[in-house]
Design a protein around this ligand. Structure first.
Ligand code: EPZ
Length: 437
């Protein structure tokens, strides 16, 4: 398995361009299953999860053409299989996003029930309860969710109250309801920017969705959906990761092709702890990390709260801040896997239940460390950039799942980082690894 070798202590300088958002591209690709016409998506990130999603679509009979690396032309005119098999779902939970579109368009779907992952049990009970409210019969058979629409083959609109805010749950129900008979209202819906981006695509396909991005989404079902062309929003978590890279190395970086408005809470928090962040325009940020960092508590919450996908990176930053910072994780029950690796590099972190308290500022030293999930591995890259000496990060396939060539982007602004390829397997083809969230 590939590794990253990083020698820390260098300051960074220059410009980094942000790729499209993985967590928007995945549901937008699934949405193409709702129509027999072609859906063209631009600004698709070149990351492993997208390759897995593409494989899922092709396995069930869709064609995916890539006239350019970041443009996918998807046509689901001849779907033969209505299932997402265990082999794929175990490598990527987001495969469950095929459930809503298949059920809504074909009246049936079979998806392997995703197991737990490194960051939590992550059930999909709220997705399934929502489909039942839209009239579907949902059964669990041999580890698979088997769902069937009512006799006439069409779901029917209904009020769905999510007990808890769920991102892919909201996306799955929004897609299913867009072809249901009548009106659906989703209450306590998730408000992440990726949901509004998916709704924008669906409305271009002829759906009638209002309120995406707010807690209440209304969907008037239509008979059929058509093709469309759409550009995926920039990745706000990749943006946040590079802001922290500049701050932790006390560097100046320009981050372009991003969308600052999607990271307002994160940017406000980082400014509060002493990071200078200027919005040069609607798609460019200037970060100057020269100042002293002050420890400050944070609690993760659904959007527009502090994003859980930035918790590990923020914790690493707090290891370099003066004073103490309590980091509380409320979205996932087991998302502190990175702390033991940071402690091995010299960080002072104490965990008590869902709160990790970081005593800053610590002198980090390079060490061999193990990536456990996507965002934990990003936090180890950040620690390696500031640590004295050499850090070797193992299992970087986790990071390839959601960051497009992160080592090349960091090298381009002066970081001393390289990928050490495993001679046996080429990196992006390592799709067989179980999903670690
Ligand atoms: C999405 O996961 C993202 N993934 C995650 O990003 C992100 O961490 C998460 O939202 C929260 O922001 C994609 O968009 C592909 P949830 P999702 O359903 O939809 C519980 C990354 O790093 N829950 O909003 O799976 C659940 O266990 C990944 O890019 C239920 O109990 O997350 C969790 O505690 C990691 N029952 C909470 O709700 C359900 O049916 C929020 O989960 C659904 C969720």
């Amino acid at each position: 398995m590939d590794k990253f070798r990083i020698t820390g202590g260098r300051s960074l300088k220059g410009r980094i361009s942000i790729s499209g958002a993985k967590n928007s591209a995945l549901p937008c690709m699934a949405a193409a299953l709702l129509t027999a016409e072609t859906v063209t998506l631009h600004n698709i990130p070149y990351v492993r999860d997208i390759i897995t999603q593409r494989r899922l679509l092709e396995d069930i009979g869709a064609t995916v053409l890539t006239p350019e690396l970041r443009t996918h032309k998807i046509s689901a005119s001849h779907i033969e299989l209505f299932e997402a098999p265990y082999e794929l779902v175990k490598t990527m939970r987001a495969s469950v996003l095929a459930l809503g579109p298949l059920l809504a368009r074909f009246g049936k779907a079979k998806v392997s029930l995703p197991g737990g992952c490194a960051i939590g049990t992550r059930p999909i009970d709220l997705h399934l309860a929502g489909f039942q409210q839209l009239g579907a019969e949902v059964k669990l058979e041999a580890g698979n969710v088997v769902a069937r629409a009512p006799k006439d083959g069409r779901l029917r609109g209904a009020d769905v109250h999510f007990e808890k805010s769920t991102v892919t749950g909201t996306e799955n129900l929004m897609m299913a309801a867009s072809l249901a008979r009548g009106r659906t209202t989703l209450y306590n819906a998730a408000r992440e920017p990726e949901i509004a981006d998916l709704a924008e695509l669906l409305n271009k396909m002829g759906a009638r969705i209002r309120g995406a991005g707010t807690p209440t989404i209304q969907i008037e079902g239509v008979e059929a959906l058509g093709g469309a062309e759409h550009t995926i929003i920039p990745d706000r978590i990749e943006t946040g990761t590079f802001i922290v890279a500049a701050a932790i190395t006390k560097s100046e970086l320009e981050i372009k092709d991003c969308r600052p408005e999607h990271s307002a809470t994160l940017i406000a928090k980082l400014r509060e702890v002493g990071v200078e962040i200027k919005e040069l325009n609607q798609s460019t940020l200037h970060v100057a990390g020269a100042g002293k960092l002050a420890g400050s508590d944070v609690t993760t919450e659904p959007h527009p709260g502090f994003p859980t996908d930035m918790q590990a990176q923020y914790m690493t930053l707090m290891t370099q801040a003066e004073g103490r910072a309590a980091v509380t994780e409320t979205v996932f029950e087991n998302r502190f896997m990175h702390t033991s690796e940071l402690q091995r590099m010299g960080a002072r972190i104490h965990i008590d239940g869902r709160t990790a308290t970081v005593e800053g500022a610590a002198r980090l030293t390079g060490a061999p460390v193990l990536a456990s999930d996507l965002r934990a591995s990003a936090s180890l890259v950040l620690a390696g950039l500031v640590a004295e000496g050499e850090t070797m990060i193992h299992r970087v396939y986790h990071i390839d799942r959601g960051y497009e060539r992160i080592e090349a982007k960091l090298q381009s602004v002066g970081a001393d980082i390289e990928r050490i390829r495993d001679s046996v397997t080429a990196s992006l083809s390592q799709t067989a690894e179980p999903d670690a969230g």
